[in-house]
Design a protein around this ligand. Structure first.
Ligand code: AMP
Length: 442
């Protein structure tokens, strides 16, 4: 299949050429003709499949064929996070380089003035997070009466983050006659309901089996006591094959603690989570992309939609309770045609979550043991690793034998020297249960 046979504008094709894409990915081959025909579309595709270009290339073609109208907005793309908005914007800018179309972004965490100005001027395409956009629309900024296309990107995650009411309020203010495209990594009953609410006679395009992790990713599990995860991560990082590593932590302060410990051991590390300012987050991403730091430690929502080519390994330092999160996480590596690896460090209190994932993906992940690693090292007197807990893991993980603190468990040798690799108490001044916060923040 050749990009040239899809009906794209020649100037868009030239930009695709510049990007070095030789042929469309399956979601692009399937979705581009449908979008060019003007039909509504549900695209079920995981990140890393080329779905951003799948909707951007045909929309740019259609926008270029029509007319801009000063003060009006012609296309609206809604995405769950600022990072994803910035990333879609970067892509759009590349693909639209030979067109004279205007593009604006709207997201929280930064000053609203330039965004208000951009909405006032009008734009061929606005890429926005639902919260800030609704806020500005509520104050009557932006003329949305001429919207011809609406894209709901990563719709599953927007629902997870509680954006449905905001999306409803935004869509209510858009013309009914429009083309609507919805993209989601998974097709759930909720997504079907949302599609029924916002789309008209959509065509569905589904790439790969539902909810199945990307098949290009080599996945493995290391079973390890929780208090040894830090030491294990350090030992894993002695392998230079782990050249560009995205580490997932469940909580923000956990991410900070992991990063601190790696830095103490000479591993250049950055963090990405919602307590960091927009500028800090963008800088962390830029350093990671540019190779100035080898490891990026992130929480799920902050890492949502990260588009960084060349991530060699994703490490689940904390195993995700929701199988969908696992799928999204490992989708950060093995993007497009590349190969990647996903390593999960699974402690006994996470065994249920691993089993749930394996049931979900109908596959048992291979267990590996780390050569030369001391699995029997005792927990330090005050474990640096708090047990699982918090609202999401709470009832299932917070109680019972599996949820007990590893360092206090019946088989634990109790207080003892630090685990190999150092660390231990140094980073142990971590907040405890009282600071656990809901995962669903905006
Ligand atoms: P996405 O799923 O939109 O996040 O895209 C994943 C990655 O694939 C991005 O880095 C794109 O630049 C890249 N990509 C998109 N389309 C193609 C293509 N046709 N051939 C090769 N790479 C692509």
């Amino acid at each position: 299949m050749d990009f040239r046979n899809l009906g794209l504008d020649p100037r868009v094709l030239r930009a695709v050429d510049d990007a070095g894409y030789t042929e469309p990915t399956p979601i692009q081959a399937a979705a581009i003709p449908v979008i060019l025909s003007g039909r509504d579309l549900i695209g079920i595709a995981q990140t890393g499949t080329g779905k951003t270009a799948a909707f951007t290339l045909p929309l740019l073609t259609r926008l270029a064929a029509g007319h801009s109208s000063p003060g009006h907005i012609r296309t609206l793309v809604l995405a769950p996070t600022r990072e994803l908005v910035v990333q879609i914007h970067d892509n759009v800018r590349d693909y639209a380089r030979y067109l004279s179309l205007s593009v604006a972004t709207v997201f929280g965490g930064v000053g609203e003035k330039p965004q208000i100005e951009a909405l006032r001027r009008g734009a061929d395409l606005v890429i926005a997070t639902p919260g800030r956009l609704l806020d500005l629309m509520g104050r009557r900024y932006g003329n949305f009466s001429g919207i011809g296309h609406l894209v709901l990107d990563e719709a599953d995650r927007m629902l997870d983050m509680g954006f449905l009411p905001a999306i409803r309020d935004v869509v209510r203010q858009l013309p009914r006659r429009r083309q609507t495209l919805l993209f989601s990594a998974t097709l759930s009953r909720e997504i079907e309901a949302v599609a029924g609410e916002f789309l008209q006679s959509p065509q569905s395009v589904e790439i790969g089996r539902r909810s199945n992790p990307a098949e290009t990713v080599d996945q493995s599990v290391y079973e390890v006591p929780r208090h040894l995860k830090g030491a294990m991560l350090q030992q894993l990082l002695r392998d230079p094959a782990l050249s560009m590593v995205l580490v997932f932590a469940r909580m923000k302060h956990g991410a900070d603690r992991i990063a601190r410990r790696l830095e103490q051991h000479g591993v250049r590390t950055a963090t990405l989570h919602s307590n960091r300012s927009q500028n800090q987050r963008l800088r962390a991403l830029a350093e990671f992309k540019g190779g100035a730091v080898r490891v990026l430690v992130a929480t799920d929502i902050a890492a949502r939609g990260i588009d960084v080519d060349g991530i060699s390994h994703v490490v689940n330092y904390d195993f995700p309770p929701a199988p969908e999160d696992y799928v999204h996480r490992i989708g950060r590596t093995g993007r497009a045609q590349a190969v990647g690896s996903a390593i999960s460090l699974v402690s006994p209190d996470e065994a249920d979550d691993l089993r749930a994932l394996e049931t979900f993906i109908r596959r048992t992940l291979p267990r590996r043991r780390l050569e030369g690693f001391d699995y029997s090292a005792p927990a330090p007197a005050a474990s640096a690793e708090p047990p699982r807990g918090g609202p999401r893991g709470g009832p299932r993980h917070g109680r019972g034998p599996q949820g007990a603190r590893p360092s206090r468990g019946p088989s634990s040798p109790g207080p003892g020297p630090r685990p190999p690799g150092g660390g231990g108490r140094s980073a142990g001044a971590s907040p405890r249960g009282g600071t656990f916060r809901p995962r669903r923040f905006r």
